[in-house]
Design a binder for this molecule. Sequence first.
Ligand SMILES: *[C@@H]1O[C@H](CO)[C@@H](O)[C@H](O)[C@H]1NC(C)=O
Ligand SMILES: *[C@@H]1O[C@H](CO)[C@@H](O)[C@H](O)[C@H]1NC(C)=O
Ligand SMILES: *[C@@H]1O[C@H](CO)[C@@H](O)[C@H](O)[C@H]1NC(C)=O
Ligand SMILES: *[C@@H]1O[C@H](CO)[C@@H](O)[C@H](O)[C@H]1NC(C)=O
Length: 520
Amino acid sequence: MARFYLAPLVLSLFQAGHLLGQRLNGSTAVQMHPSLTWLQCALAGSCSVVNASITETLGMSWFSNPLGIDCWEDHAWNGEICPNAQACYDNCILHWNDDYAELYGITTSSDAVTMRFFTQSSVVNIGNSVLLLDPTSTQAAPTNKYQIFFPLNMELSFDVDVSQLPCGLASSLSFKEISADGGISEDPLNKAGAGWGTGNCDGRCSTDSQFIHGLVWTTLPNVGNTLGACCNEFRLWHGNAVSETMVAHPCSAPGLTTCTAASLGGQCATPSCDVTGCEFNPFREDAPAGFYGVGPTFALDTSRKFTVVTQFITNSNSSTGALTSIRRFYIQDGTTIPNPPPGIAGITPTDEFTDEHCAEQKVAFGEANVFANLGGLATLGSAFQRGMVLEMGIDEDRVDHMLWLDSTFPPGADPQKPGVRRGLCGTDTGVPADVETNDRGAQVVFSNIKFGPIGSTNGFEGTGIYASLQPKCMLTTLQQRWPNSTWATPVARARRSTAPWLHTFLQRWLAAINAAKAPR
Ligand SMILES: *[C@@H]1O[C@H](CO)[C@@H](O)[C@H](O)[C@H]1NC(C)=O
Ligand SMILES: *[C@@H]1O[C@H](CO)[C@@H](O)[C@H](O)[C@H]1NC(C)=O
Ligand SMILES: *[C@@H]1O[C@H](CO)[C@@H](O)[C@H](O)[C@H]1NC(C)=O
Ligand SMILES: *[C@@H]1O[C@H](CO)[C@@H](O)[C@H](O)[C@H]1NC(C)=O
């Protein structure tokens, strides 16, 4: 989520008059949302354009009293204006700014959205998160709605350009079980709704939002703790130019639930979701070293954009079945690049995200399988049946510095231990003070979003790419690209996978995909 700094400067923005002030409890303004098209595809392979738009999630909007004094500033409430939730609710005004480019560094152009990590206007904005709106709903708050996706037996395809995302920063694209109306119908005090980006929640039960359900909540001086907003989440994408992963966070209850934590940004004591989640990070699973990185020596060259396709397979090949597998492949330059299989002893070399894979991985990595305890993929599948909202974002990680994605994590752990290495970034990267100073040009571009039945969004041209790939020294290109970052020394680990084995596996995999693609 984004944060504003430099409160005194905010005043000049306020006085400039291009902000629309609204009470959080009664906003009826017609808002301008940046337009973004996406493609709804049908089995025959024909896709139709959806003229949609996006909104910043609540918490990004500037929140001040009528004089323009920040209610929320530098990760804390203003104790005078917001001594308690009710006062904050009554005293503060949400400001809408149609100029997403100026204030948030967000620009759209037909099917592409560019999100900058750092934006300096009259205020400084760090990080971004946007939600896709439903173009068939009314465009005026509070009655507009989020686009709801039903992913079972379907696939989502998107292009991503992470070439400007170094160590410590990450882009993300998620399906989250957020209410279509932003929670208005569940909470009479919330009059803002989806147009304002209310109702945000996630599978990590994040505790760093000022709002729950669209209501002022967390870390008020007199509350003494903070709330997390939990809901089922499948992060299809969390990545930078060095590492990438997908993460499943099932929860014990449908919709948004809350939990309490001792501190802002801290972990909830009893979260209703698997906050760690089960992930598929190819580097962490010791997949072939030439899979992902900057430059032409990699199967997936992160110096240029590529396509990410994710399929949600059910046990009945229908939208009412149980979610049993999530399949992934990538496309770059017309070549299909399969999800690389793990190379760790004890983990079946599969390209699929399944309950079995999670169980084996948790044993190999020595982690508790909370994912299984909460029902695994079937639980997530139930959320998919109720409907999911699409979120895209870019951010730093104030707590763990993104080391869990692209470095050695926990930082002091033995890098030889399976699951500890997640990428080549040094353990001192991703420090907020550093990235906010040194990586101000960081950005991500998401484009060409397509959704439809399995096999409807892309072809499967190209085969056997791993057969010709040799593990390369990944460090060289990364060092050239970001000379001022620190990098971990590659650790040699006995691999169980060998090239002939991998080749056979991929042949089998591609045959299966082609069979699945045949019209049913
Ligand atoms: C989407 O916008 C384009 C360009 O303005 C227009 O030609 C098309 O008819 C619109 N489609 C729908 C479904 O509204
Ligand atoms: C919103 O809050 C203000 C200030 O407390 C109050 O006067 C107003 O009646 C409230 N509006 C709604 C719609 O609840
Ligand atoms: C689902 O589709 C796959 C691929 O076409 C097929 O192998 C499998 O038997 C089907 N499962 C059911 C339950 O129909
Ligand atoms: C690396 O750091 C040096 C010294 O601070 C600076 O002059 C240079 O511009 C930096 N290079 C990049 C690519 O950030």
